[in-house]
Design a protein around this ligand. Structure first.
Ligand SMILES: [Ca+2]
Ligand SMILES: [Ca+2]
Length: 225
């Protein structure tokens, strides 16, 4: 009985370790814009092999800067000047799938055919924030063949500090998706930083592990009496 329990725990923990790194921000990138939008694609050790980035200035009454700095040391820092209203899209859809040349007038497209099944078995997506000063709206969008098959929106309060936002899709959605896009909209003058993005197996697996650990702890308590 005891051996079976321990073996079960080892198997469960082994499954939990099968996380997928969506982006550890180890591919450096720096860009500043003051108006309009800019799209770039960077190949590297990210989900589907390419990070597509769209920066967009929604409103900028005082002509201030909107900076994106991916440091290459597990940090993406977004800084905007006074009064800037901005959105950032991070898209993982395989190589290509951006219309036009890199930079100005390039479009972030979503057909994503080259990244089929990228999240299969890992439907719990976690975005780790280091912090944010203004309120953020964070959306995670799954698509298949260009059509949205799942979207979860989260509001992150101003000055929320260090913490993760979890986006838990169904197993079917994760298995079918061929692209993953994050849309982050900040209130005016917002600055924020993201440490990493991962996908892990569905919460049911994690719940099973927690239950197993609780049972083990209870057994130890009984044995120690
Ligand atoms: Ca792409
Ligand atoms: Ca794309």
């Amino acid at each position: 009985m005891k051996k079976a329990l321990v073996l079960g725990l080892i198997c469960a923990v082994g499954a939990a370790n099968a996380q997928v790194i969506i982006d550890d921000f180890s591919v450096p990138y720096t860009k500043t814009i003051v108006s309009g939008s800019n799209v770039d694609a960077m190949s590297g050790a990210v989900l589907s092999g390419e990070r597509d980035v769209e920066m967009r200035v929604v409103s900028n009454p005082f002509g201030q800067d909107y900076d994106l700095r991916i440091t290459g040391s597990q940090l993406a820092v977004i800084s905007t000047g006074f009064g800037v209203l901005s959105t950032l899209k991070l898209q993982y859809d395989g190589n290509g799938d951006e219309a036009g040349n890199t930079g100005v007038n390039k479009l972030l497209t979503n057909s994503g055919a080259s990244a089929s099944g990228i999240l299969a078995g890992n439907n719990n997506i976690q975005v780790r924030f280091l912090g944010n000063d203004q309120q953020l709206t964070v959306s995670a969008v799954l698509r298949k063949d260009g059509g949205i098959i799942g979207q979860i929106d989260k509001v992150r309060a101003a000055a929320a500090g260090i913490g993760s936002e979890s986006f838990i899709f169904t197993s079917a959605q994760a298995a079918q998706a061929d692209s993953l896009t994050f849309v982050i909209s900040s209130d005016r003058s917002g600055d924020y930083a993201i440490e990493g993005i991962e996908a892990v197996p569905e919460p049911a697996t994690m719940t099973a592990i927690a239950a197993g650990l609780a049972a083990l702890a209870a057994r130890r308590r009984r044995n120690s009496k």
